[in-house]
Ligand binder design. Structure first.
Ligand code: AMP
Length: 416
């Protein structure tokens, strides 16, 4: 019997062992509150990304899975492809010793591959509503054994216009099942689906505003569009983060900032909806592995990226919706670590800042720009870290390998 702070949930050894490997020692608040009641009652949980919500539903579901059953026993709906892939990975990790098979199904991924995967043993299906509905219509996703439905990031589903599809899917599922709904915010429309579809659900409210204040240093620079880029580089020099996401409002702005940072040897990655799916997944993977320290991204693309330790979030463009601010800044300060979120806003955007402050319940401390001298002083350390970055080492070793290959190809002789 393995003893850690998850022992009180009477989990099987297979799941406990997996949690040890993942180094989950202490359950987070949402896990404390969800795991004991999950699968017994319907739950509506207000919890943000970064709270440990995925494991809060994945642990009890993995525990419940009957390995011998070939048809899916749980269906997880996510708003984005990236989150679907991430949640599938989480199930695979938590269910590793139980050999749980999870499949991710999402638009832009070859349907035929998914169809083949679903034909084989699949315990958990994780997908975006449109593609899930496609599979249901074509009869390639059997639903008869589904005993648990999770609607993850329900508020994003609403923002992205997926709620009708979610309701259609709900109608197709066996009635004898439990539903868990997770959402960072609870607008009326979400409460409505919950009330229609849940039988006296239990409401769990993880106080995210409190967490946001406690876990993250928020700050704001008022600037102009002309000065923004220079201020961005100053912030990166002064903060010198190990990992940083820079949020922009559109994909063109992502391209622009990415290009300029690239020219300055930041070796940034970028992520937006206009990129090929494979490039998006590979960008996330490399960023997650710590191969790249800077990621320039739009909201939709960055949704659901599960990187443990993002030290700095920069809102290059202040979000126009207060909830987006909470989602973005929730990428840092995860699982008990202190986060740092810096926002840039022009004077014409101050009303958005006010709305955000009202929403999060506290004013964001305003900072003035840096002195040139302090930036040049900090630059030495910054340059050192930039040169020591893993992607540069990789680049050098790639170049070295290419050189060796070239020499081999030329019979070891240099061409004149
Ligand atoms: P989530 O809110 O599901 O996106 O999870 C946020 C991050 O916390 C993920 O990187 C998880 O791997 C991590 N995490 C979840 N539960 C725990 C735990 N009990 N202890 C440590 N890290 C955790």
């Amino acid at each position: 019997m393995i003893h850690n702070n998850f022992s009180s949930f009477s989990l099987s050894d297979d799941i406990q062992k997996a949690l040890c490997v993942l180094d989950y020692k202490i359950p987070t608040e949402v896990q404390e509150r969800v795991i004991p009641q999950a699968l017994e009652k319907d739950l509506i949980v207000k919890a943000k990304t970064g709270s440990g919500k995925t494991a809060a539903y994945a642990i009890p579901i993995c525990e419940m899975i009957d390995w011998l059953e070939n048809k899916p026993q749980a269906l997880i709906l996510t708003p984005t492809r990236e989150l679907a892939v991430q949640v599938k990975e989480d199930f695979t990790n938590i269910g590793r010793f139980k050999r749980i098979k999870a499949a991710a199904i999402y638009g832009g991924h070859p349907f035929a591959i998914e169809k083949t995967e679903l034909k084989q043993k699949t315990h958990v299906a994780v997908g975006t509503p449109g593609r899930v509905m496609d599979h249901i219509r074509k009869g390639t996703l059997p639903l008869s054994m589904i005993s648990c439905l999770v609607i993850d990031e329900a508020d994003r589903m609403l923002d992205m216009g997926f709620i009708d599809q979610v309701e259609e899917i709900i109608k197709e599922l066996p009635e004898d099942r439990v539903t868990m709904l997770f959402s960072a915010t609870m607008p009326q429309e979400i409460k409505d689906i919950s009330l229609n579809e849940h039988k006296a659900p239990v409401q769990i409210d993880i106080n995210e505003e409190g967490n946001a204040a406690a876990d993250i240093d928020h700050s704001l620079f008022l600037t102009t569009e002309e000065d923004k880029f220079e201020l961005l580089t100053d912030i990166t020099i002064m903060e010198n983060p190990d990992s940083c996401i820079i949020f922009c409002s559109t994909k063109d702005r992502v391209d622009l900032v990415w290009e300029r940072l690239k020219q300055m040897d930041y070796h940034p990655q970028k992520l937006h909806g206009g990129m090929e799916q494979t490039d998006r997944i590979s960008a996330i993977k490399r960023f997650k592995r710590g191969q790249y320290r800077y990621l320039v991204a739009t909201d939709v693309a960055a949704r659901g990226i599960d990187v443990d330790d993002i030290s700095l979030v920069i809102n290059y463009d202040i979000p126009l919706e207060a909830e987006t601010y909470v989602h973005r800044t929730g990428r840092t300060g995860r699982a008990g670590r202190k986060g740092n979120a810096v926002s840039l806003a022009t004077s014409s955007q101050s009303r958005f800042v006010r709305q955000i402050e009202e929403f999060i319940g506290f004013p964001i401390p305003e900072r003035t720009g840096y002195e040139k001298a302090e930036v040049s002083q900090a630059r030495l350390n910054f340059d050192k870290k930039l040169k020591a970055a893993p992607e540069i080492k990789q680049l050098k070793s790639d170049q070295l390998n290419k050189g060796i290959m070239k020499l081999r190809f030329n019979g070891g002789k240099k061409r004149n």
